[in-house]
Design a protein around this ligand. Structure first.
Ligand code: KG4
Ligand code: ZN
Length: 334
C-alpha cells in the first residue's frame, strides 16, 4: 500500500501553522508559530499585523514541517488549507501559499472549513463514530453541530452574540489580564467561589433550547466590576473568575445535554480553544457518562494545522478538491 501524506496550512487568525499527517492518523509534524506577543499590547488580534506575520514566517514553517516529518515534497499526496472562516487577509496568506505549493509540486488542493478542523482534532484521540454531536467553542464561534456522517454537518444551535472565548477575553480585559485571557481565568476560577451569581441566559422554559447568548453575562460582569470601583472597592479576581466560569459552564452543559436528548448520537466531541478549559473538562467527565465524550489533547485545542490535516482526509477521500481559483471565505459556515 502506498502511504498517504497530507501537508496542511492554517493561517485563519494569529497562528501560522503547517503540519504533515500520515495515513489519516499519524501527525508527523505540527509547527505552530504564534504571533500572540505582537497582539497582546493591543488587547486583541490586529488583522493587518496578523497578515504580515503570516507572510514572514510561512515559508520557514513549511520547511520545518517537512523536515520534522522527514519527508520531501515528492512524498506528498495532497495539500490542505483553511479557506475560512477567519480574517480575510490572514486566510489569504495560507490560501496563496497552499496554492503555490500545490501547483509547483503537482498536488491536489483540499479546502477545509476551520471549524471542521477544530472538530476533527478529536481524531487524534480515536476514530470518530457517526452520527456524532459536536460542541465547538472558540474565540469566534459557539455552536452545537450534528454530524450525521463525515462531511455532513448541521448547526443545530449557536450563539446570538458573543462567542464563549470572546466573552472570556472581554471580561479578562476588565480584570486587567493579558489577551487572550481564557487560560488565566480558568486557573483563577479554580481558586475562587461562585459568589456573584451572574445571569445564565437562554435558560428559561420558553427560550430556544439550543441557542446561546453571552453578551448579557459579559455586561453583568462589567457592571459588577465598575459599580464596585465607583464605591472604591476592588473585587477578588478569583471569585469573579469562578462566578463567570460557573455561569458559562452551566449554560454550555445544559444546552449540550438538551442536544444529546434531542439527537441520539454515538459520540460527543467538544473542541475549539475553549475546550482546553479545565472546568469544562471536569464537568463533562462528571455529568456526561452515558456516551463517549472525546476532547482533543490540549495542544490541538487551539488553532493548528494538524486539525486541518485531520479534517481534510474525508474531504480528499470524497473528492472535494479546489482549483487554483480557490479564494479565502472569511464568513464560511457549515
Ligand atoms: O480556537 P481558538 O484557538 O481560536 C479561534 O478559532 O477563535 O480559540 C481561542 C479562544 C480564546 O478566546 C481564548 O481565550 C480561549 O480560546 N481559551 C480558553 C482557554 N484556553 C483558550 N477559554 C477558556 N478556558 C481556557 N483554558
Ligand atoms: Zn479556531
Amino acid at each position: 500500500m502506498t502511504e498517504q501524506y497530507i501537508l496542511a496550512f492554517e493561517t485563519s487568525c494569529d497562528e501560522t501553522s503547517v503540519a504533515v499527517l500520515k495515513n489519516g492518523q499519524e501527525l508527523l509534524s505540527n509547527v505552530i508559530a504564534s504571533q500572540i506577543e505582537s497582539h497582546k499590547r493591543f488587547g486583541g488580534v490586529v488583522p493587518e499585523v496578523a497578515s504580515r506575520h503570516h507572510v514572514e514566517v510561512i515559508t520557514a514553517c513549511i520547511n520545518e514541517a517537512l523536515a520534522e516529518a522527514e519527508i520531501t515534497p515528492s512524498d506528498l499526496t495532497a495539500v490542505a488549507v483553511t479557506e475560512g472562516p477567519g480574517l480575510v487577509g490572514a486566510l489569504l496568506v495560507g490560501v496563496a501559499a497552499a496554492k503555490a505549493f500545490a501547483w509547483a509540486n503537482h498536488l491536489p488542493l483540499v479546502p477545509v472549513n476551520h471549524m471542521a478542523g477544530h472538530l476533527w482534532a478529536a481524531r487524534q484521540v480515536k476514530p470518530l463514530d457517526f452520527p456524532l454531536m459536536a460542541l465547538l467553542v472558540s474565540g469566534g464561534h459557539t455552536e452545537l453541530v450534528y454530524v450525521a456522517a463525515p462531511g455532513d454537518y448541521k448547526i443545530i444551535g449557536e450563539t446570538r452574540d458573543d462567542a464563549v472565548g470572546e466573552a472570556y477575553d472581554k471580561v479578562g480585559r476588565v480584570m486587567n489580564l493579558t489577551y487572550p485571557a481564557g487560560k488565566e481565568i480558568d486557573a483563577l476560577a479554580h481558586q475562587g467561589q461562585d459568589v456573584f451569581n451572574f445571569p445564565r441566559a437562554m435558560m428559561k422554559h420558553d427560550d430556544p433550547a439550543l441557542e446561546f447568548s453571552f453578551s448579557g453575562l459579559k455586561s453583568a460582569f462589567i457592571n459588577t466590576v465598575h459599580n464596585a470601583e465607583q464605591k472604591g472597592q476592588t473585587l477578588d479576581k478569583k471569585d469573579l473568575s469562578a462566578s463567570f466560569q460557573a455561569a458559562v459552564m452551566d449554560v454550555l452543559m445544559a444546552k449540550t445535554k438538551t442536544a444529546l436528548q434531542q439527537f441520539p448520537v454515538k459520540m460527543l466531541v467538544v473542541a475549539g480553544g475553549v475546550a482546553a478549559n479545565h472546568g469544562l473538562r471536569e464537568r463533562l467527565a462528571a455529568e456526561i457518562t452515558d456516551i463517549d465524550v472525546v476532547i482533543p489533547p490540549l495542544r490541538l485545542c487551539g488553532d493548528n494545522a494538524g486539525m486541518i490535516a485531520y479534517a481534510s482526509v474525508c474531504e480528499y477521500n470524497q473528492g472535494h478538491l479546489a482549483g487554483l481559483d480557490l479564494n479565502a471565505r472569511p464568513s464560511l459556515s457549515f
